[in-house]
Design a protein around this ligand. Structure first.
Ligand SMILES: Nc1nc2c(ncn2[C@@H]2O[C@H](COP(=O)(O)OP(=O)(O)OP(=O)(O)O)[C@@H](O)[C@H]2O)c(=O)[nH]1
Ligand SMILES: [Mg+2]
Length: 268
């Protein structure tokens, strides 16, 4: 069995749940299922195919064990890993051609400090998933260079631990009216034809204040795949999906649409 999808990650409030919802509501040439992996979620706007809260929810854990929110969350994710059979049973109900988004919790410690999310992604890969991580960085990170770089380093740290094809997406671009400013940040992330990574000279010129070591680190791990998400513009979503489809090879094994094939043949 082969499944395709995205692990949607990023700090609290970066727009993960909204992104999943927009994708499910829109028409992007695929049937999108969303799995809620956030045991602390209070409101979920999308139709949930699988909801971790049916297995365990943060408020119950905090009450029963008198844990704080972060300790409680770690407990919930550990519980999910220990009860993976439950998840596997639910995943078996998902059709093979469906495209699955995993809406993850926002606590970045889960990715960078402990290897829980990496274990989870390995279980998904073992279940036949071809997935990429999609790390959302809020547009307010481009307020200044230092903040932006810290956002990229956080993305790098989280994405690297997951060992998946990784994409960094600048979310809430609809809020950025200054398109010139947006371009200044995103132009750094155009693929360099030769190396496939971002243009290091361009990056160093812009971030003169940072050591070349940091620039090298950021540019050489491919988190330069910085994509813009403007949820009011379907083209930006198509662009993100297109890049990810290529990386996870979504669509490669789909049967040709007979109707379209017949139409094309008639036109010949
Ligand atoms: N303008 C704008 N606001 C957005 C967008 N995406 C999310 N928001 C707002 O940002 C806030 C957080 O969005 P969520 O989708 O809940 O973010 P999240 O990453 O799932 O947050 P946690 O689950 O708490 O980690 C909400 O108030 C959303 O309405 C967007 O594309 N544009
Ligand atoms: Mg959320």
């Amino acid at each position: 069995m082969f499944y395709y999808g995205q692990l949607v990650i990023g700090p609290a409030g970066s727009g993960k749940t909204s992104y999943c919802n927009i994708l499910q509501e829109g028409s992007f040439k695929r049937n999108i299922q969303v799995v809620n992996l956030d045991p602390a979620a209070e409101y979920i706007p999308y139709k949930c195919a699988i909801d971790i809260r049916e297995l365990i929810c943060l408020s119950d854990v905090m009450e029963e064990f008198e844990y704080g929110p972060n300790g409680g969350l770690v407990y919930c994710m550990e519980y999910l890993l220990q009860n993976w059979d439950w998840m596997q049973d639910q995943l078996n109900n998902i059709a093979q051609d469906d495209y699955v988004l995993f809406d993850c919790p926002g606590q970045i410690e889960l990715y960078s400090h402990i290897d829980m999310m990496r274990k989870l992604t390995q279980l998904l890969v073992n279940s036949g998933f071809s997935i990429s991580s999609v790390y959302l960085v809020d547009i307010n990170f481009i307020e200044d260079d230092a903040k932006f770089l810290s956002g990229l380093l956080m993305a790098l740290s989280a994405s690297m631990t997951l060992e998946l094809p990784a994409f960094t997406v600048l979310s809430k671009c609809d809020l950025m009216k200054d398109k010139k400013k947006l371009k200044r940040y995103t132009k750094l992330h155009k693929f360099n034809e030769e190396s496939e990574y971002i243009n290091q000279d361009e990056f160093s010129k812009t971030y003169k204040s940072f050591t070349s070591g940091i620039s090298e680190l950021v540019t050489s791990f491919g988190i330069g795949r910085l994509l813009c998400l403007d949820t009011t513009d379907d083209e930006s979503i198509d662009n993100i999906l297109g890049e990810i489809d290529y990386a996870i090879q979504f669509g490669d094994n789909l049967e040709p649409d007979d109707k379209l094939y017949d139409q094309a043949e008639q036109q010949l």
